[in-house]
Design a binder for this molecule. Structure first.
Ligand code: NAG
Ligand code: NAG
Length: 484
C-alpha cells in the first residue's frame, strides 16, 4: 500500500518550484502506472464536468427566475379584516430577472368577503375562528398543496378593531393566530395584527399608483387617495410642504423616495359618523321636554323611521321628547360639517381641515374610493363632475318620502337606502366644505378600480406589493423567498 501512496503524495503536494515536465519525470521512474491514480483523475474530470453541467442547467433558475416552469408560481394571502367584514385576497405571482411580476386578473388573483367584521366578535372572541377558517379554506382552494408551506398568510385588521380595547383586540387576534398557525400556510404570530391607519393609507396609495403606473416614478406625478371606510376615513398624498413628523411617511420604491402625508380619521368613516350623529340627536331628544320635537335631517321622511330607526344599538322607550325623520340635505350637510369641525378651535398647526388634525394643501390628482364610490355609483353621477352633481342628487333624495324611496329601489337593501341621504351630505361636507376640493375640481375622481388593467383599489393589494417587492431588495435583486 505504501508504495502506491507515494506518487499520490507527490501530486497532492507538488513542489511549487517544480514545473509540470519535472512532475512527469518524477513519476516516470516508478515505471508501473498505478490504476487507482488514473481512476482518480478520471472521476475528478467527470465530477468537474458534471458540476459545470449542473451549474449551466441551474443558472436560469438561480439567477433569473424560473417563470417558465409551473413550480415558479408564488402565492401570498392577505386578509383585510375591516369593520364591516373580512376579505381574503389570494395572489399568485412570479419572478422575472429577480423582480416580482404581478397580475391581478384571471387565475392570478381571487378574493372573497365574509360579513360581519372581526370586531363584531368582541363579546365572543372564540366565534371569530369560524369566519377565519372559512377564509383560509377559500385561500387553500387557490394554492396548490405543494406550495402551501412556503406561501405566507397575513391578517391585517383596520378601524373596526382599532376601536376596541387593546385586550379585546388581542383576544380576537389570539383566536385568529391559532387558526392561521394550523392552516398549513407559512405564518408568524406578528403577521396577524391591527395595522395603523396611516399604514392602511399608504397601502391604498401604493395600490393606486401601481395600477396607474406611477409607482417608482416622479413623486409629483403620483395620485393621492381619499378613502371613506365604515369606521375611518383616510387621506394620503405626496406633499411638498413641511409635514409634521406624526403625519409624514417616507416610502422608498426602486430608487425613488416619496414623502407622503397619510392620516386616518378614526370614527369618521361613514357608518361610525352616521351612528355618532344619530346618537347625539337621540340624546337631545331624550333630554328634551315631552313637547319638543328634535328633527333628524339625514333620514328621509317616514313615520316608521321616527324614534326606532336605529334601535339595534339603542334601547327603545327611553325617549321623552320625540325624534322626527325630516330629511333635508342642506341641514344634514351643516350637521355633518359641525361634526367634522369639532375641536377645530384647538388646531395646534398652521392649518387643520378636519377637527384639530393637520392637513397640508391638496396637491396633484386624487381618487376617491370605498363609500365615496358606492354613493356616487348609487346616484349614477358622472366620474369627473360628481362633486357638483352630488348636491342636487342628495337634495332630491333627502326630501323624498321613505315609502317612495323603497318603491323606487326595490332591489337595494333598506339598510343602504337609509344611508344615502346622510352619505351624500357627508361627502360634500368632508371633501368640499372641509378638505377644500372645489365642486368643479377635475382633479378628483371616484373609482373602485384604476389603470388600463382595471386593478381593484383595495389596500390589501398595496400591502402585498410592498411585502413582496421589498423582499427583492435584499440580496441585490434575489429575494429571500426565492432562496428559501
Ligand atoms: C433611478 O432613477 C433614475 C432617474 O432619477 C432613472 O433614470 C433610473 O432608471 C432609475 N434606476 C432604477 C434602477 O430604477
Ligand atoms: C331645509 O332646511 C333649510 C335650512 O333650514 C330650509 O331653508 C329649507 O327650506 C329646507 N328644505 C326643505 C325641502 O324643507
Amino acid at each position: 500500500m505504501k508504495s502506491d501512496m507515494d506518487p499520490l503524495m507527490v501530486q497532492i503536494s507538488p513542489d511549487h518550484h517544480q514545473s509540470l515536465p519535472s512532475a512527469y519525470t518524477f513519476t516516470k521512474p516508478k515505471s508501473k502506472p498505478s490504476i487507482p491514480f488514473l481512476l482518480l483523475i478520471l472521476t475528478s474530470l467527470v465530477s468537474v464536468a458534471f458540476t459545470l453541467g449542473l451549474i449551466f442547467l441551474l443558472y436560469p433558475i438561480l439567477f433569473s427566475g424560473w417563470n417558465w416552469t409551473i413550480s415558479s408560481y408564488r402565492y401570498s394571502v392577505v386578509i383585510d379584516a375591516g369593520s364591516s367584514g373580512s376579505r381574503v385576497h389570494v395572489f399568485r405571482y412570479w419572478f422575472q430577472s429577480g423582480k416580482p411580476v404581478y397580475d391581478f386578473s384571471g387565475d392570478n388573483y381571487a378574493n372573497l368577503k365574509l360579513n360581519p367584521g372581526l370586531s363584531s366578535y368582541a363579546d365572543h372572541p372564540e366565534e371569530a375562528s369560524v369566519s377565519v377558517t372559512k377564509l383560509v379554506e377559500f385561500a387553500k382552494g387557490r394554492v396548490p398543496k405543494a406550495s402551501l408551506k412556503r406561501s405566507d398568510i397575513r391578517l391585517m385588521a383596520t378601524a373596526g378593531m382599532r376601536l376596541l380595547e387593546v385586550d379585546v383586540q388581542e383576544q380576537i387576534l389570539d383566536v385568529v393566530r391559532r387558526v392561521l398557525r394550523s392552516s398549513g400556510f407559512k405564518f408568524r404570530d406578528e403577521w396577524a395584527s391591527v395595522i395603523s391607519g396611516s399604514d392602511e393609507g399608504i397601502y391604498a396609495w401604493v395600490t393606486a399608483n401601481y395600477a396607474l403606473g406611477s409607482l417608482g416614478g416622479d413623486p409629483l406625478k403620483t395620485t393621492g387617495i381619499v378613502e371613506l371606510g365604515g369606521a375611518s376615513a383616510q387621506v394620503t398624498f405626496v406633499s411638498s410642504e413641511n409635514v409634521p413628523p406624526e403625519f409624514l411617511r417616507t416610502l422608498s420604491y426602486g430608487n425613488v423616495s416619496y414623502k407622503i402625508y397619510s392620516h386616518s380619521f378614526l370614527h369618521l368613516g361613514q357608518n361610525e359618523a352616521h351612528e355618532k350623529l344619530w346618537a347625539s340627536l337621540h340624546n337631545s331628544a331624550a333630554n328634551s321636554p315631552e313637547d319638543v320635537v328634535v328633527t333628524d335631517p339625514c333620514t328621509p321622511k317616514g313615520d316608521n323611521l321616527d324614534k326606532n330607526s336605529h334601535t339595534d344599538s339603542f334601547e327603545e322607550g327611553r325617549l321623552t321628547g320625540s325624534l322626527q325623520a325630516a330629511g333635508n340635505f342642506t341641514k344634514c350637510r351643516s350637521a355633518t360639517y359641525a361634526m367634522l369641525q369639532e375641536g377645530n378651535e384647538k388646531c395646534p398647526y398652521k392649518h387643520c381641515s378636519i377637527g384639530s388634525t393637520f392637513t397640508p394643501d391638496l396637491q396633484g390628482h386624487f381618487l376617491a374610493t370605498s363609500n365615496f364610490y358606492y354613493t356616487s355609483k348609487f346616484f349614477e353621477l358622472d366620474e369627473k363632475d360628481w362633486l357638483a352633481e352630488m348636491i342636487p342628487a342628495g337634495k332630491r333624495y333627502c326630501k323624498e318620502k321613505w315609502s317612495e324611496l323603497k318603491a323606487e329601489h326595490p332591489t337595494t337593501k333598506e339598510e343602504y337606502l337609509l344611508g344615502y341621504c346622510f352619505s351624500s351630505a357627508y361627502i360634500i361636507s368632508m371633501l368640499h366644505d372641509s378638505l377644500g376640493f372645489a365642486l368643479d375640481d377635475g382633479r378628483i375622481e371616484f373609482a373602485s378600480k384604476a389603470g388600463e388593467k382595471d386593478i381593484p383599489l383595495e389596500w390589501a393589494l398595496g400591502a402585498f406589493i410592498l411585502k413582496t417587492s421589498s423582499a427583492t431588495f435584499d440580496y441585490a435583486g434575489l429575494s429571500r423567498k426565492m432562496l428559501g
